[in-house]
Write a protein that binds this ligand. Structure first.
Ligand code: C2E
Ligand code: MG
Ligand code: MG
Ligand code: MG
Length: 291
């Protein structure tokens, strides 16, 4: 496009390319420093037991406190993921800090399961098993409480590696959920052979579930698939009561979304959790008086 415009076109092309490369280098350089200086922070979004209306645990979502700005993964994660070393550094860092948070909360009498997102590069890296081992050796209480989420795309990238690493993690007590399920091209046959404990119904399918029979059909079949395969199913992006209710009708018993809470810093999460528990008496549907 630009090349056909002759000399000036080339100059323009080079300049934008250079600016882009510079900004990428800046993200990488500043991110390394941010990791060291603890400007990369963790937020926690409650994952709810929809049936009992109580807290099941939380998903750990990374944020970058860049001066006054709180950056969400959309503005840096692709850049981080393009550098294997940096991606692994982030992955190990988040696992270690999430496990530390589990210990801190347990010491304060709060028992929460945490689910950490693991990127494609880290999952397929040969250091992944060592990172898991190191974290659970330092934090044995994380065993059975720490869960990982990997995207369908990451699992497909190097399937044999992914399978080995997930099997190994499961053998050490770290279970995995398949994130963004249904958004890539994995065959159901292959998915059946993956060592996973659960799947996450992507926000894309939850959005519009009330209006759109196509989304309703997908959510319904995922619910059937999950229960036949003995998998947990977590719905993400629940924004209102009606969505929560229809998911419950479909037999989906775990979910997260702004209807409950966005991701919060650790201190705000515990405040929120305490307030929620005192406002909503946990319901046990098996003992509900009107059934
Ligand atoms: P994800 O794992 O699918 O996370 C769900 C995203 O949906 C989060 O965005 C969350 O804030 C957002 N969300 C939660 N509730 C709602 C809702 O009710 N409505 C809508 N529209 N959105 C909702 P976030 O935090 O910006 O994270 C985006 C993605 O970044 C994550 O998608 C995950 O793939 C990636 N990510 C986050 N933390 C990490 C990390 O520590 N490591 C790696 N490798 N990736 C991460
Ligand atoms: Mg996730
Ligand atoms: Mg997801
Ligand atoms: Mg998603």
């Amino acid at each position: 496009r630009v090349k056909n415009r002759g000399g000036q076109g080339y100059a323009f092309f080079d300049q934008t390319l250079e600016a882009e490369v510079n900004s990428r280098n800046r993200v990488r350089r500043d991110f390394v420093r941010a990791l060291d200086e603890h400007a990369v922070i963790l937020h926690y979004q409650p994952q709810m037991d929809l049936e009992r209306n109580c807290i099941h645990g939380a998903e750990v979502l990374v944020r970058w406190q860049d001066g006054d700005e709180l950056l969400h993964p959309a503005s840096f994660i692709d850049e981080v993921e393009s550098d294997t070393g940096l991606a692994c550094e982030l992955g190990h860092n988040v696992l270690e800090r999430a496990a530390t948070q589990i210990d801190d909360w347990l010491a304060a009498g709060e028992d929460y399961r945490l689910s950490v997102n693991i990127g494609l590069k880290h999952l397929s890296s040969s250091r992944f098993p060592d990172d898991i081992e190191r974290v659970i050796t330092r934090h044995p209480q994380a065993i059975g409480r720490l869960n990982i989420e990997i995207t369908e795309r990451a699992a497909l990238h190097s399937p044999e590696r992914a399978r080995q690493h997930l099997e190994w993690a499961a053998s050490r007590g770290i279970a995995a959920h398949l994130d963004d399920f249904g958004t890539a091209y994995a065959s159901l046959e292959w998915l059946q052979t993956l060592p996973i404990a659960g799947i996450k119904l992507d926000v894309k399918f939850v959005r519009g579930i009330l209006q759109d029979s196509h989304n309703l059909a997908i959510a319904t079949s995922m619910s059937v698939l999950a229960s036949l395969e003995g998998l947990q199913l977590v719905a993400e992006g629940i924004e209102n009561r009606a969505e929560r209710d229809i998911l419950l009708d479909l037999g989906i018993t775990l979910g997260q979304g702004y209807f409950f809470s966005p991701a919060l810093p650790a201190g705000d999460f515990t405040d929120w959790a305490r307030a929620y528990s005192s406002e909503h008496e946990a319901l046990d549907p098996r003992r509900a008086p009107f059934q």
